[in-house]
Design a binder for this molecule. Structure first.
Ligand SMILES: [Zn+2]
Length: 549
């Protein structure tokens, strides 16, 4: 039998309601053996050899944080790029990438020019973070002023579109006439969006997805996850570019002894369905994925669907009165197909997670859930509303009755609430985005996620936003939708585990659970809601092994 290690701490916050606070716990074979104090653990310690580890005597130990929804492959693509975002990003390799906030058009073009001058001759300039609300509309001509010889790519902050210059069109080898006929490419503006973006991605792939570059992006992703105190994450669109390619890269970069977290992989149902002849083939395929599972990489029976368009991209589907400027949102999956695929997954007993951003997108997901519950009732189905940008309080009550869960992108409130109030939605709806106070009042278990790189992968920061709803401008947006401190902490621990269906294994500290810990400099319950985002993180323990930041 392996030796027992007893960790002592200034305090242990277990997130178990039966014993919320403890002083120490014992770990054996990477699992928690018992939680309590040195005194209460005597029956174990008097019988078995053990060592006492007081490394964390001055620290507060919590269950390792969990982000159930981010995008490692998208991050691997974007993290090697230059950041030109309106809001400053604090990344572990800050000096190399994020260069401070770029929050107006002049600064944006100046930054591009500066980055252009700093690059070696043959390198294209990939810049991530353009947003029209801050930087104004861009086009091919504007980027031609940055360079006529170097490919320049300005990628939208919300990922779903990009603008390129003429040198880039040449570099990509784009047939301009064919591209002009594509409904989601505007060749005059040099703009590629939605399915047009997929075309651009294919032309870039030999550069952006080249093994060395992509793996260096994944490695940066690894650093980000660890720095945030996370020990389990969910990839909420596994295989978004190339299923087998991503699998090979993930195995190479993530399945290593020095990776202090595990990943739950959610494949994208519509992409799988498009690749096979029948819905039953899709179900068989999904059921076969867990055969690949390794120590840190796991498929479950959780599957991803998409309802409406991107939130940052201002393409969510809205009920009346719609957008301030009258533009239309986009369905990512048309309603008929959405219902058909959801039914197949539901009837096969799968756990469905739906990306939905606008109140009409929520409505499609919710009415589908209600229909499926009526056709074939299920208990504990954990149908999860992901992102949950705009919704009504009445929809929240229906989600509760249908047994749904919420995994919210609460960072929207921080970066977008004021911008969307002024430019996109008006104040009432913008101030109530990501309405988690109603969700808490309806007793719906909820998680918060980063959707990285849509938000920083910092669970304590997301918990801070959920509990305070303070935006970039320092305003409190809809105080009645703030959540309690305890709910905010559960949203990054026990309830995040529940959303992933892993509550027996992670998310709190008790006997038998994984010995995964976030090691904090302060106790969130002492610091209070206002101080959550400033709590220092020493590092993590993953399956009993220490990983300092
Ligand atoms: Zn996402």
């Amino acid at each position: 039998m392996s030796e027992i290690t007893v960790f002592t701490a200034r305090r242990v916050r277990t997130m178990e309601r039966s014993m919320p606070v403890a002083e120490a716990f014992a770990v054996r074979d990477g699992k928690v053996l018992e939680v309590g104090s040195l005194d209460t653990m005597k029956p174990w310690l008097s019988r078995h050899s053990h060592v006492i580890d007081d490394t964390f005597a001055d620290h507060v130990i919590m269950p390792g944080f969990i982000d159930p929804h981010l995008h490692p492959s998208m991050a691997a693509l974007l993290l090697p790029m230059e950041f030109t975002t309106a809001v400053d990003w604090d990344l572990p390799w800050e000096d190399a990438s994020a260069g401070g906030a770029v929050d107006n058009r002049e600064q944006f073009l100046d930054r591009l020019a500066e980055l252009e001058r700093g690059l070696p001759e043959d390198e294209p300039l990939f810049a991530y973070g353009h947003h029209p609300i801050w930087h104004g509309e861009l086009d091919r001509e504007a980027l031609n002023t940055i360079s006529t010889t170097r490919p320049v790519i300005a990628w939208h902050r919300g990922y779903h579109s990009l603008i390129v210059n003429d040198a880039c069109l040449d570099w990509m080898g784009i047939d301009r006439e064919a591209a002009a006929r594509h409904p989601q490419i505007d060749i005059d503006r040099g703009s590629f969006f939605e399915n047009g973006l997929a075309v651009a991605n294919r032309h870039f792939a030999s550069y952006t997805m080249a093994t060395e570059r992509f793996r260096s992006g994944l490695d940066r992703m690894r650093q980000v996850i660890h720095a945030g105190g996370q020990t389990t994450i969910g990839d909420a669109a596994f295989g978004m570019y190339d299923f087998e390619g991503e699998w090979t890269h993930l195995q190479a970069v993530m399945e290593r002894p020095d990776t202090p977290f595990r990943m739950m992989l959610m494949p994208v149902a519509a992409a799988l369905r498009a690749g096979v002849d029948s819905a039953s083939d899709m179900i068989e395929l999904i059921k076969s994925f867990p055969e690949r599972n390794s120590h840190r990489l796991r498929f479950l029976d959780h599957v991803k669907m998409f309802s409406d368009g991107g939130f940052f991209a201002e393409l969510m589907m809205l009920k009346e009165p719609g957008y301030l400027d009258g533009h239309e949102g986009e369905w990512m999956t048309v309603p008929e197909t959405f219902e058909e695929i959801a039914r197949e997954l539901w009837n096969a007993g799968m756990h469905v997670h739906v990306h939905c951003t606008g109140d009409l997108g929520v409505e499609l997901s919710l009415s589908t859930l209600e229909l499926l519950q009526w056709e074939r009732p299920r208990f504990d189905h954990r149908f999860t509303f992901e992102h949950f940008g705009i919704s009504s309080a009445q929809q929240v009550e229906r989600i509760a009755r249908a047994g749904g869960l919420v995994s919210a992108q609460v960072y929207y409130v921080y970066e977008l609430s004021r911008a969307f109030a002024n430019n996109t939605l008006g104040y009432e709806r913008a101030s109530q985005m990501s309405r988690l106070g109603s969700v808490e009042r309806a007793s719906i278990p909820f998680a918060v996620h980063s959707d990285f790189t849509m938000a920083p992968a910092k669970p304590l920061n997301n918990a801070w936003i959920a509990a305070n709803r303070i935006n970039l401008e320092g305003e409190i947006m809809c105080p009645d939708e703030r959540v309690s401190l305890d709910a905010a902490m559960r949203a990054i621990t026990s309830n995040a585990a529940y959303v992933l269906g892993l509550e027996e294994e992670i998310g709190s500290l008790r006997w038998g659970k994984q010995a995964d810990f976030a090691i904090l400099e302060d106790d969130p319950y002492d610091v209070g809601a206002e101080g959550l985002r400033d709590i220092g993180i020493w590092g993590t323990v993953f399956e009993g092994e220490k990983f300092a930041n």
